[in-house]
Design a binder for this molecule. Sequence first.
Ligand SMILES: [Zn+2]
Length: 62
Amino acid sequence: MTNENELDGTANESSSSVLESPEEKRKRFLLEFENPFKCDKCSERFKKKKYLREHKAEVHAY
Ligand SMILES: [Zn+2]
């Protein structure tokens, strides 16, 4: 039982991105780490909550 496995969240059998290289994964991880505010409508990510709010106001106004 390791917490690392839980944090990773990508069990081998459920991984749909087999073609993704470790480098790509790392990049995506960094992206998610640096942009913690995720739009729940289009999954775009933002560094600041303010940006997310502005994005929602502009793109998902309706
Ligand atoms: Zn959005």
